[in-house]
Design a protein around this ligand. Structure first.
Ligand code: BG6
Ligand code: MG
Length: 211
């Protein structure tokens, strides 16, 4: 029996995937490296540094560790400048309705995100008030496709992996959920085409029918 939902954040509860995308476009244009929605789909759910490695690998030069760290900082500064301006109006009505409907049914709710900016986004949008737990990029050693962040979220909720759905827009997140023993639900992004997803939804509110 399921009694919890662990949501990915970027691209599931909020459209911050679009901000990540816009910032990667700016950075790669400046560096003269090709970037595309396909590369974005590959880095969905990955940590900041893992994403940067993939993005830079499309170019024809190598970068020192210090250069990579400086680029990661630059990318994050640009991201925070935009994402830090988000408000509750940036969360779709369907998301608020879904969280309220699940809470009313007694379902436990958490976020499991690779992002180190997850606390900022949850605070700016007010989404944090609807959640029972948060596991994010600041709390883990291994990012998706490793299941660590979801196992951490389940531990904080006090549920076993088999008792929770994981909702993801990233193929890496679907794989992480499956490897951790969770039931993966694909919601858009690169997850939508994943053969590993147990369920596919195109509106978050379709989740309520699973309880
Ligand atoms: C994931 C996003 O949620 O967080 C990735 O899907 C992003 O695109 C990653 O790179 C890390 O985020 P941050 O905010 O720590 O740079
Ligand atoms: Mg995501």
């Amino acid at each position: 029996m399921k009694r919890a939902v662990i949501f990915d954040l970027d691209g599931v509860l909020v459209h911050t995937d679009k901000i990540h995308y816009a910032v990667w476009v700016e950075l790669t244009e400046k560096l003269g490296i090709p970037f595309s929605p396909q590369v974005m789909d590959r880095v969905r759910g990955m940590s900041r540094m893992d994403s940067l490695e993939v993005v830079l690998s499309a170019g024809d030069r190598t970068w020192t560790q210090a250069e990579k760290e400086s680029l990661a900082k630059e990318k994050n500064r640009a991201y925070v400048a935009r994402a830090g301006k988000m408000t509750s109006a940036d969360v779709e009505e369907d998301v608020w309705r879904t969280l309220d409907a699940l809470r009313a049914r007694g379902v436990l709710l958490a976020v499991g995100s690779s992002s180190k900016n997850a606390p900022l986004i949850l605070e700016r949008t007010g989404l944090g008030e609807k959640l029972d737990a948060l596991a994010d990029g600041n709390m883990i050693q291994r990012a998706k496709p490793d299941p660590e962040v979801f196992l951490r979220a389940a531990g904080l909720l006090g549920v076993a992996p088999g008792e929770a759905y994981v909702v993801e827009d990233a193929e890496a997140g679907i794989r992480a959920a499956l490897d951790g023993g969770f039931t993966p639900v694909a919601f858009g992004g690169s997850a939508a085409a994943s053969p590993l997803a147990a369920h596919r939804i195109d509106r978050l509110s379709q989740l309520t029918a699973l309880f």
